[in-house]
Design a binder for this molecule. Structure first.
Ligand code: 173
Length: 323
């Protein structure tokens, strides 16, 4: 019995090789997104995969396993670190426990292409190499803000008495304004809203329709804050093994990712209109309050990073912010 199984397996492997024919040498990379397949936080990454697969025919192919059902969002960066996944689309907030500097990516004040020129990308990549064993290939979501979405109205930058769903992106900001916070992955937000477990949540200007949350949301608070950050991480051992030609294909597609991210503000405006049409009301803080709101966001954001990573955090700040 045992012998027969081994024989069968051997035959299967031989047939498999034969079936691959000329493509036997093709490299296959496993990819996962921390956001739902086809959702606005994943589409830029999915286009990247299509471009690499078109340019890399017979040489390199990315096999898209899917979204957070494949790997839980808060575990994805670690899966790339260990090589369980080769390439991921993931926000810094989902791995700031392992790498506190990742929480600073939302605090950048310039787009991806500019960070490549002034040394910021190189330093961000260096930190990712050293702390997470990954190559920081590109930023797939950028140039648009996060917002607070609510089911109870506010008039001032005061969240006392409100229970808000967070991730590390918003935790210290909302807490400083008096909120009680509860961390969940995106997949748990709908149920939390439906059951009234939370009075609101943090999320980018884009994407609430992907999750159906417009059905359970009354207000969006303006102004938005920070810059949404989602990045493409590649396992460092895998990256080092790629040939120059393969790296070239990946790098070209990566630069195209950051070019496309420059267009996200237009999409953000469309989404805001769509939200209004779906019945979401906008709570616009008065000018003086908006100033307090934004100053608090920035102050708490940097404090969290610098408290945990004083030297690297300060260097990162000097590279990704404008004086
Ligand atoms: O889940 C989140 O609210 C979050 O942290 C995030 C970060 C980047 C894009 C979308 C969501």
């Amino acid at each position: 019995m045992r012998k027969r199984t081994i024989l069968a397996a051997g035959l299967g492997a031989a047939l498999g090789l034969w079936a691959m024919g000329a493509n036997a040498q093709e490299r296959v990379l496993k990819a996962v997104s921390s956001f739902n397949e086809g959702s606005l936080q994943s589409v830029n990454f999915e286009q990247f995969i299509d471009e690499v697969n078109a340019a890399g025919k017979g040489l390199i192919r990315i096999n898209y396993i899917g979204g957070p059902k494949a790997v839980p969002p808060f575990e994805l960066a670690n899966a790339v670190r260990t090589g369980v996944v080769d390439i991921a689309n993931v926000t810094g907030a989902f791995y700031s426990k392992t790498m506190p500097e990742a929480d600073a990516l939302k605090l950048s004040e310039m787009p991806g292409p500019e960070m490549r020129k002034n040394g910021a990308w190189a330093y961000i990549n260096e930190l990712h190499n050293a702390k997470l064993n990954v190559w920081y290939l590109a930023r797939s979501v950028d140039n648009i803000p996060f917002h607070l979405y609510l089911n109870k109205p506010i008039e001032k930058p005061d969240l006392t008495g409100l229970r808000i769903r967070v991730t590390p992106v918003y935790r210290d900001f909302f807490t400083a304004l008096g909120a009680t916070v509860m961390q969940t992955s995106p997949g748990e937000v709908y149920t939390a809203l439906e059951r009234g477990v939370v009075d609101g949540y943090g999320w980018p200007i884009t994407g609430i329709f992907d999750m159906g949350w417009q059905e359970r949301t009354k207000y969006r608070v303006d102004p938005g804050f920070y810059r949404v950050d989602v990045g493409l991480l590649v396992n460092l051992d895998v990256w080092k093994k790629l040939s120059d030609k393969e790296k070239d294909i990946m790098n070209k597609a990566a630069l195209a990712v950051e070019e496309r991210a420059l267009k996200l503000p237009e999409l953000g405006q469309e989404e805001a209109k769509k939200q209004a049409a779906a019945g979401l009301q906008t709570i616009t803080l008065k000018e003086a309050d908006a100033k307090i709101w934004l100053a608090k966001a920035k102050e708490t954001g940097w404090k969290t990073v610098i408290d945990q990573a004083p030297e690297t955090g300060a260097k990162l700040k000097s590279l990704i912010t404008k004086p």
